[in-house]
Design a protein around this ligand. Structure first.
Ligand SMILES: [Zn+2]
Ligand SMILES: [Zn+2]
Length: 154
C-alpha cells in the first residue's frame, strides 16, 4: 500500500532530473541516435540542394548524394566540400553573352574575366590554351581558335 502511493507521487513529479534518474542510459542513447539520424538526413538534403545549384550533370549530383549517404556526413561532407564545383550554375553567363561584353568565362569556376587576363581572377586557373594547329594562345572557353579556326578539343 505504501509502495503504491510512493509510485503515484513519483509519476506526478516527473521532471528533467527524474527522467535522467529513472530512464537511465538507454534514454540518452536513443536521444543521441535521434540527433545523429536528424543530422544525417539534413546533411543529405543540404548536399542534394547544393549540388543541384552547382552543376546540372546528373552523374555528379548522384555521386555527391551517395557520398554523404553511405560514407556518413562526418566523412562525406569534407569530401564533398573538396570535390564540389566552386561556382553556382546561376552565376555562369553563357559564353555568347560574355563575348559581347569582351569577357571570357573561366571554364573551371565560371567567373567572368577581361579578355587579356592570362589566369582567372577568382580561382587562378589558366584562361588560355595553346592552339594545336597554329600555336597561338586563345581563351579556353572559345569553341574555335580565333587565329586559324581550329576546333578547341582537348
Ligand atoms: Zn576560375
Ligand atoms: Zn589556331
Amino acid at each position: 500500500m505504501l509502495e503504491e502511493v510512493g509510485m503515484v507521487v513519483d509519476k506526478s513529479t516527473w521532471n528533467f532530473s527524474s527522467i535522467f534518474a529513472t530512464q537511465g542510459l538507454w534514454f540518452w542513447i536513443n536521444i543521441m541516435l535521434l540527433i545523429i539520424i536528424l543530422f544525417w538526413v539534413l546533411s543529405i538534403i543540404w548536399v542534394a540542394k547544393d549540388i543541384m545549384a552547382r552543376t546540372s550533370k546528373l552523374s555528379y549530383q548522384v555521386l555527391c548524394v551517395f557520398l554523404v549517404t553511405f560514407l556518413s556526413p562526418i566523412l562525406g561532407l569534407p569530401i564533398y566540400w573538396v570535390i564540389r564545383p566552386i561556382g553556382f550554375v546561376r552565376d555562369r553567363l553563357p559564353w555568347r553573352e560574355a563575348q559581347v561584353m569582351n569577357l571570357v568565362v573561366c571554364y573551371n569556376c565560371g567567373t567572368l574575366n577581361p579578355k587579356d587576363h592570362e589566369c582567372c581572377l577568382a580561382c587562378g586557373e589558366a584562361l588560355k590554351i595553346k592552339c594545336k594547329q597554329c600555336g597561338k594562345d586563345f581563351p579556353h572557353s572559345y569553341g574555335y581558335c580565333h587565329f586559324c579556326g581550329a576546333p578547341n578539343i582537348d
